[in-house]
Design a binder for this molecule. Structure first.
Ligand SMILES: Cc1cc2nc3c(=O)[nH]c(=O)nc-3n(C[C@H](O)[C@H](O)[C@H](O)COP(=O)(O)OP(=O)(O)OC[C@H]3O[C@@H](n4cnc5c(N)ncnc54)[C@H](O)[C@@H]3O)c2cc1C
Length: 371
């Protein structure tokens, strides 16, 4: 398989620091060497490539923007975004694995946990996590949990007060081997096949008092985690778009019809020009979003705009690449159809495209159109 050279029409590389480029190049190389050779077979078999997790941990890809004092890589948000981009260039399922671990489990422990919880859990989660006991009793069920059957620890958000009291929402660190905790894989997915998605059921699960994240409180706590995850997705989608664009260009230059490569026909050139334009715009959007995040100035609405736009254009680019490849475009040997199917999930999770539209609509008008 040829090495990925990147897509950089506007010298976005020139806007990155040396360290950011080095992180990106390391993950890019790892994806080429370790993920690309096996991803199609895992996708077809419908299973996450678990054997790659220790290597990802070794590279510091989990919770990479969390502080070094807990054993994390302590990278800035642009470097973290570039990791998401490169992982999703490989496969959305692999980026989802890292996103969920980093943004939805490690981040809440870091943001809302006690010093003791941070010291206990975070270093383990860079590699593996486990254990705990009684104190709170948790009941409930949730479908569609990425890594649900693979994880050794779950962050559970539960109301501790009346059913309609969102201010009583608190986060809990729950070991998945606790009595009463079960995870059932959801079968029959035609998207994100190289990712485990499960239904979690908690029946009278007892956790110790110190399983509660002491600084969590109200709906805003889980929403902060979602903003983290959505930020990573905005970058990840650019990776999937770059992979598809690269495949489209390569194919257009080599597939000969009517005596010349199909890339020599205006219709295909228009397709490629559109793709490159959208990839470039999305790259610049992500970079500025990352810089704002590093300055502590980013808003959830800005993250919504990037998630909404980038996943949408990546889906369009995957579809156009699939079409440009003709019949070959439906084969697992090529990437476009896998990315296209994956992106349909990415379009839906972490706030559907519609929901981000409503978030932006409210930001623009000041009027709530959710209900
Ligand atoms: C592969 C995969 C992995 C996932 N992983 C996770 C995970 O790890 N953790 C997790 O918590 N969740 C996860 N999810 C769940 C995902 O976040 C939800 O599916 C998503 O939030 C949409 O919810 P829903 O499926 O209930 O759709 P609904 O909420 O039923 O939406 C159905 C349709 O109605 C639209 N809609 C909803 N409300 C409005 C409104 N007010 N106005 C206009 N239109 C509206 C939606 O945009 C959508 O088009 C995952 C989903 C998938 C597919």
């Amino acid at each position: 398989m040829t090495k990925f050279q990147g897509v950089d029409f506007y010298d976005v590389d020139g806007l990155l620091s040396e360290e950011e480029r080095a992180v990106r190049d390391t993950v890019r190389q790892w994806v080429d060497d370790n993920l690309m050779p096996v991803i199609a077979e895992h996708y077809l078999a419908g299973g996450f490539p678990k054997h790659l997790v220790p290597q990802m941990a070794e590279l510091g890809l989990f919770g990479a923007n969390l502080p070094e004092e807990y054993g994390c890589a302590g990278l800035n948000n642009v470097a973290y975004g570039l990791i998401m981009q490169e992982l999703e260039r490989g496969d959305s399922g692999v980026r989802s694995f890292a996103s969920v671990q980093g943004a939805l489990v490690m981040y809440p422990i870091h943001a809302f946990g006690s010093d003791e919880q941070k010291r206990h859990w975070l270093p383990q989660m860079i590699t593996v996590a486990r254990e705990s006991e009684s104190g709170w009793i948790l009941n409930g069920a949730k479908m569609w949990i990425t890594n649900g059957s693979t994880a050794q620890v779950a962050i559970v958000w539960a109301k501790t007060g009346k059913p309609d009291d969102v201010e009583s929402i608190r986060g809990f660190i729950v070991p998945t081997d606790a009595n009463g905790f079960s995870a059932q894989d959801q079968k029959g997915k035609l998207s994100l096949r190289a990712s485990d998605t499960s239904e979690l059921v908690l029946q009278d699960v007892c956790v110790a008092k110190d399983a509660l994240l002491p600084k969590s409180g109200g709906l805003k706590s889980p929403l902060l985690c979602l903003t983290q995850a959505r930020y990573g997705i905005a970058w990840g989608a650019v990776g999937a778009a770059m992979a598809c664009y690269d495949e489209a260009v390569g194919y257009a230059k080599t597939r000969v019809m009517f005596g010349k490569p199909i890339g020599g026909f205006q219709l295909q050139q228009a397709r490629l020009a559109e793709m490159l334009t959208e990839v470039t715009k999305a790259q610049l959007l992500c970079l500025q979003l990352g810089r704002l995040k590093d300055q502590g100035k980013v808003t959830p609405q800005q993250v919504s705009l990037a998630k909404r736009n980038n996943v949408n254009i990546a889906t369009d680019i995957a579809r156009e690449t699939r079409r440009l490849l003709g019949a070959n475009g439906i084969l697992a040997e090529y990437q476009a159809m896998r990315h296209l199917a994956n992106l349909e999930s990415v379009y839906t999770y972490e706030g559907t495209h519609d929901i981000h539209t409503l978030i932006l609509g409210q930001e623009i008008t000041g009027l709530n159109a959710f209900n």
